[in-house]
Write a protein that binds this ligand. Structure first.
Ligand code: ADP
Ligand code: ZN
Length: 520
C-alpha cells in the first residue's frame, strides 16, 4: 500500500486530484498502523483522512461518531460515490441491523459508522473485536474529555476498546480542542505515542471586532446599511430574543427571520432552506443554527450576546466566509451577559471548568492586544505578527516595554513549578510578587523565591491585568489541572531568557469592569 494507491482512490471515489497537505501525512500514518490525533478546523477535510485508508485497507474500518444525523449523511454520500459503507445506531430496526451484520460477516463493508451508545450496548464490543477490522477512527474526539465543551460519558469506554485492540491503529479527529483537551484526548484513549497533526485554525479572511453592548440594534442596523442583501447570522442567547431582534430588523426594512430549537422541524427546515437559497439573507438564531450547514457565502456573523466559550465563538464565526472571501464578524460585549452566563454555567455540570472558559471569553472581549493572536493562542497557535484585520490592530492601544514585568512573573511561576513541584493560582502568584506575608505563602516557603516582593510597586488589580495580557500574548497558559494554574510556554521561556522583548498595553486603556475572577 502506498500513497499513489491512495491518490488513485481519491480521484476515483471523490473526484479530487490531490490531497491537502496534511491529509497525505495522516493517511500514511494510519496505513503504517500508528495512532494519530488530528486537529483540523471544520471544513478542513478530516473525513478523507480515514475514508481513504479505509477504502484501500483490508477489512472494515470502524468510525465512532456521535451525531446520528451527520452519520447518515456521510454514509449516504459515500454510497453515492461507490464506497461500501453502513452505520449502526439505536434508531434502526432489528431487520436493518441484521442486514448490516450479514454484510460485516462477509467483509463486504469498508466503513462502519457506529454511535457511542451502540458501541457500549450489550456485547457489541465483543462482536466488533471478532470482526476483521482495519483500524478505528474516532470522530468528534473532544467528546472524550471532561475539559472539552461536549463531554460524552460513553466515549470513555473507547479506552477499553483501545486496550482490547492493541495491534490496530486508532485515529482521533476533532475540530474543537484547546490545548488541555487535546492532551487529554490521547491520554484518555490510552494511545500509544500518537502522531499529532495540527493544522492552522487561522481564518485570515474573517475580520474580528468587539463592540460595547449598548444600543445593539442601532449598531446592527448601521452595520447592515453597507451590506445590502448579504447573507449573515445574528447569534442570540435566548429563543425569545431571536424573535424580537428579527422583528426589529424587519421593522427597519430588512428581510430577517428567526430560528431556534423551540420551532417545529418543518418550520426550522423551511427557514434553513430559505437561507441557503438566498431567499432570506438574515437569520437571527440560537446556536442551534448552523450545525451541518455548508453555505459558502455567509458574509457576516454577529454575536448579539457573549458566547459561553472560545470553542463556540470560533465555531460560530467560522460559518462566515467559507468561500475564502472577506467576511466580517462583530461581537457585542456587556457585563450583564457575563453575569447571566455565569448563572447559567453555575447550574450546569463542571461548574469550575465552564467558569474558567467563560473567563477566557471575557478576556478576549476585553483585550487590548490583537484579537486573532488570542483566538489562535487558545488553540495553541502563535501568530508571527499582529493580524491587521481586527479592531485592536486597526486602532492600536499605546504600548510600553513590559519585558521586565513579564520576566518577574514567569520566573516565580517557573521556580515554584520546577523547583518546588507546585502550581500557582493567580492570587498566590500575585501575592508572591507583591511580597505578601500571607501565612500559607510563608509556610510553603514562597517568600524564599528570588522574585518575592519584586513587583510590590504594582497594585494587585494591575497585576491581574498584566497576567491577562501575558496569557493573551501566549507567554503563559492555563493548565486545567485541579485548579486553574499557570504554566510558562516556550514563547514565555524565550522572553525570560531575554531573547526578545514584549510590549504591554498601557493600563489606562483598559475598561474597568467589576472583578469576576473565580476563586483559584
Ligand atoms: P471536516 O470533516 O474537517 O469538517 P470534510 O471532511 O467534511 O471536513 O471536508 C470538507 C470539504 O472539503 C468537503 O466538501 C470535502 O469533500 C472537501 N475536501 C476534502 N479533501 C479534499 C481534497 N483533497 N481536495 C478537494 N476537496 C477536498
Ligand atoms: Zn489583530
Amino acid at each position: 500500500m502506498n500513497i499513489s494507491t491512495a491518490q488513485q482512490a481519491l480521484k476515483h471515489y471523490f473526484g479530487y486530484d490531490r490531497f491537502r497537505p496534511m491529509q497525505e501525512d495522516i493517511i500514511n500514518c494510519v496505513l503504517s498502523k500508528q495512532d494519530a490525533v488530528v486537529l483540523m478546523p471544520t471544513g478542513g477535510g478530516k473525513s478523507i483522512c480515514y475514508q481513504i485508508p479505509a477504502i484501500i485497507s483490508q477489512g472494515t474500518a470502524i468510525v465512532i461518531s456521535p451525531l446520528i444525523a451527520l452519520m447518515k449523511d456521510q454514509v449516504e454520500s459515500l454510497k453515492a460515490n461507490g464506497v461500501a459503507a453502513a452505520f449502526l445506531n439505536s434508531t434502526q430496526s432489528y431487520a436493518e441491523q441484521r442486514e448490516i451484520e450479514e454484510d460485516l460477516k462477509y467483509q463486504r463493508l469498508k466503513l462502519l459508522y457506529v454511535s457511542p451508545e451502540k458501541l457500549i450496548s450489550g456485547n457489541f464490543m465483543d462482536y466488533i473485536c471478532n470482526l476483521n477490522i482495519s483500524f478505528i477512527a474516532i470522530d468528534e474526539a473532544h467528546c472524550i474529555s471532561q475539559w472539552g465543551h461536549d463531554f460524552r460519558p460513553e466515549y470513555t469506554q473507547l479506552a477499553t476498546l483501545r486496550q482490547r485492540l492493541p495491534h490496530l491503529s486508532f485515529i482521533a479527529l476533532t475540530a474543537t480542542a484547546d490545548k488541555a483537551t487535546r492532551n487529554d484526548i490521547s491520554s484518555q484513549l490510552g494511545m500509544n505515542n500518537p502522531k499529532r497533526f495540527i493544522s492552522s485554525f487561522d481564518r485570515p479572511n474573517l475580520s474580528l471586532r468587539v463592540e460595547a453592548g449598548q444600543k445593539r440594534i442601532e449598531k446592527i442596523i448601521k452595520f447592515l446599511e453597507m451590506r445590502n442583501n448579504q447573507s449573515g447570522i445574528v447569534y442570540c442567547l435566548s429563543r425569545k430574543s431571536t424573535e424580537s431582534i428579527a422583528t426589529k430588523l424587519r421593522n427597519a426594512g430588512y428581510n430577517a427571520m428567526y430560528y431556534h430549537a423551540g420551532m417545529n422541524a418543518d418550520e426550522r427546515s423551511r427557514v434553513q432552506e430559505a437561507f441557503i437559497k438566498d431567499d432570506i439573507p438574515i437569520i437571527c438564531a440560537t446556536i442551534a443554527f448552523g450545525m451541518g450547514i455548508d453555505k459558502p457565502n455567509v458574509r457576516w456573523v454577529i454575536h448579539y450576546n457573549l458566547p459561553k466559550n472560545m470553542e463556540g465563538y470560533y465555531q460560530e464565526i467560522g460559518r462566515a466566509g467559507r468561500d475564502g472571501l472577506s467576511s466580517d464578524t462583530m461581537l457585542f460585549y456587556t457585563f450583564a451577559d457575563v453575569m447571566q452566563l455565569r448563572d447559567m454555567v453555575s447550574d450546569a455540570g463542571q461548574h469550575q471548568l465552564q467558569l474558567s472558559k467563560l473567563e477566557r471569553m471575557q478576556q478576549y472581549a476585553e483585550t487590548r492586544t490583537c484579537r486573532r493572536r488570542i483566538l489562535l493562542s487558545y488553540f495553541g497557535e502563535t501568530l508571527e505578527k499582529d493580524c491587521g484585520n481586527c479592531d485592536v490592530c486597526r486602532n492600536p492601544p499605546e504600548l510600553f516595554d513590559g519585558t521586565v514585568i513579564a520576566q518577574k512573573a514567569m520566573s516565580a511561576i517557573i521556580r515554584v513549578h520546577r523547583e518546588m513541584n507546585k502550581s500557582l493560582s493567580t492570587g498566590m502568584l500575585i501575592d508572591i510578587l507583591r511580597g505578601s506575608r500571607r501565612i500559607d505563602l510563608v509556610n510553603a516557603g514562597y517568600h524564599n523565591i528570588r522574585t518575592y516582593g519584586a513587583g510590590n510597586d504594582i497594585s494587585y488589580d494591575h497585576w491581574q491585568l498584566y497576567l491577562q495580557q501575558m496569557l493573551n500574548l501566549g507567554l503563559i497558559e492555563i493548565a486545567y489541572d485541579f485548579h486553574n494554574t499557570f504554566r510558562v510556554t516556550s514563547t514565555g521561556e524565550q522572553v525570560l531568557a531575554g531573547k526578545f522583548p514584549v510590549n504591554f498595553a498601557k493600563l489606562s486603556q483598559f475598561r474597568s469592569t467589576p472583578s469576576t475572577k473565580t476563586a483559584t
